[in-house]
Design a protein around this ligand. Structure first.
Ligand SMILES: O=P(O)(O)OC[C@H]1O[C@H](O)[C@H](O)[C@@H](O)[C@@H]1O
Length: 434
């Protein structure tokens, strides 16, 4: 039972089988069966199962597995069973289910976890929204790391499929930085591997990955999309070990392509200990020192003004109109981005492959340039996966770039196409200060 990374109003149930997470059709079938069972119970028809369920303690097996991975990979020369002795690690479980990582993984490996935060599950999430992208979650973890002079801080969402970390200097590592950190670790283990991410990552991240000999495949927002792309690339013979979304979901080939926030952190901890044993005292933050940050980065949302049942169609219309405007050259200097620097067949970002994947939400990214600066930014426009709105993400390497791209988006596209009648552009107006 989880709210994932969302406030308490979004608590719900998540289902898994041996094969991993369920699709929405499978969830519908479960709900259908549950409804039938409930109706039967009301009608006093027996609902006894032919094979009664058995109770299995998955958590202790899982924690033991994580401990073993750390022990084996660190292979500590003097204390094999307690490789984290001498390290202080703060966990912020956001009152979700991640507390086990403190007492069942870290403590048992000899770490000092004093100062950890919000370890007891509380579905009302009284302290902050349980999301490694949440500013309060990160700020509180940072403060705890600095107050305790800890080596590492860890932030989980409620169901531990997302994570973020704070380094010993108090620097938050989430979003692009977390992808960079994981890429640095994975590229050392698998030189030349492909890293799949969603297409909201910075141009600097692509550079970071390619400079270390990796390939960066930019794909669709949505962790399932990113992971499925990685699975497909491997099937096509393109070695792909890491799939990550800027939201903090990350999956590794070696961990069955599961988005497992605890496993991600396990990899970071192993690297931290390994570095210390090798005599490097600068901590894991030093692995991403050369990752440049985009000068400007912003996200704006536009609600679809329509009855809920029509919202999806209207959103698709708006996104497709955006593509058409760019293709017809109506937005000067804007060009549809296919796959960044990715060497995978052109166009997977816009799903014009020979075998296009099923699309859960439409999205396009445009690279934007002008005479003075060359390519200086990008605009990513997409349907929200869950809500009746469109998300616009932008990044610029020149001052005022996001503002000027927003102005073009509003004046030359939203107003010119009449899309402002179907979309609530007040956030765009506010951003432009009018
Ligand atoms: O489409 P949005 O409302 O921005 O949500 C997008 C997000 O949806 C879910 O939370 C998925 O877990 C994420 O993978 C995805 O990034």
């Amino acid at each position: 039972m989880t709210a994932s990374h969302l406030p308490y109003t979004r608590n719900g149930l998540k289902f898994f089988t041996k094969k991993g997470g369920l699709t929405s059709l499978e969830v519908e079938e479960i709900c259908d069966r549950a409804a039938r069972k409930y109706a039967n119970r009301l009608a006093k028809v027996s609902t006894m199962l032919a094979t009664p369920p058995t109770r299995v303690n998955f958590m202790s097996a899982y924690a033991a597995h994580l401990r073993n991975v750390i022990k084996e990979r660190v292979n500590h020369p003097t204390h094999y069973d307690t490789p984290l002795k001498g390290f202080q690690i703060i966990v912020n479980a956001g009152n979700g289910s991640g507390g086990f990582f403190t007492w069942d993984v870290l403590d048992k490996l000899g770490a000092d976890t004093f100062g950890s935060l919000h370890l007891n599950p509380d579905g009302m999430f009284p302290n902050h929204i349980p999301n490694p992208e949440d500013k309060t979650a990160m700020a509180l973890t940072r403060a705890a790391v600095l107050d305790n002079s800890a080596d590492l801080g860890i932030v989980f969402d409620t169901d531990v499929d997302r994570s973020g970390v704070v380094d010993a200097k108090g620097n938050p590592i989430n979003g692009d930085k977390l992808i960079a950190l994981m890429s640095a670790i994975i590229l050392r283990e698998h030189p030349g591997t492909t890293v799949v991410t969603d297409a909201r990552t910075s141009v600097a991240l692509t550079r970071f990955i390619t400079e270390r000999g990796g390939h960066h495949c930019l794909y669709r927002v949505g962790y399932r999309n990113v992971i499925d792309k990685g699975v497909q690339l491997n099937q096509d013979g393109i070695e792909t070990h890491l799939m990550m979304e800027t939201s903090g979901h990350g999956a590794l080939k070696e961990n069955y392509f599961l988005d497992d926030g605890a496993y991600m952190v396990v990899k970071i901890i192993i690297e931290m200990v390994r570095m210390k044993l090798a005599g490097f005292n600068d901590g894991i933050g030093s692995l991403i020192e050369d990752l440049e940050e985009p000068l400007e980065s912003t996200e704006l949302r536009m609600n679809v003004i329509a009855e809920p049942r029509h919202a999806k169609v209207k959103a698709v219309e708006a996104i497709e109109a955006f593509r058409q405007y760019i293709e017809e050259g109506k937005l000067q200097g804007w060009e549809l981005d296919s796959c960044g620097d990715c060497w995978v067949s052109e166009g997977c970002l816009v799903d014009s492959n020979e075998t296009p994947a099923a699309i859960d939400a439409r999205m396009y990214r445009a690279k934007v340039s002008d005479e003075e600066n060359g390519q200086y930014g990008w605009v990513h426009l997409r349907q929200s996966i869950h809500n009746p709105n469109l998300a616009v993400n932008m990044q610029s390497t020149v001052p005022g770039g996001c503002r000027s791209m927003t102005a073009v988006l509003r004046d030359k596209f939203l107003l010119a196409s009449g899309m402002n009648k179907t979309l609530d552009i007040s956030q765009i107006d506010n951003y432009l200060g009018s």
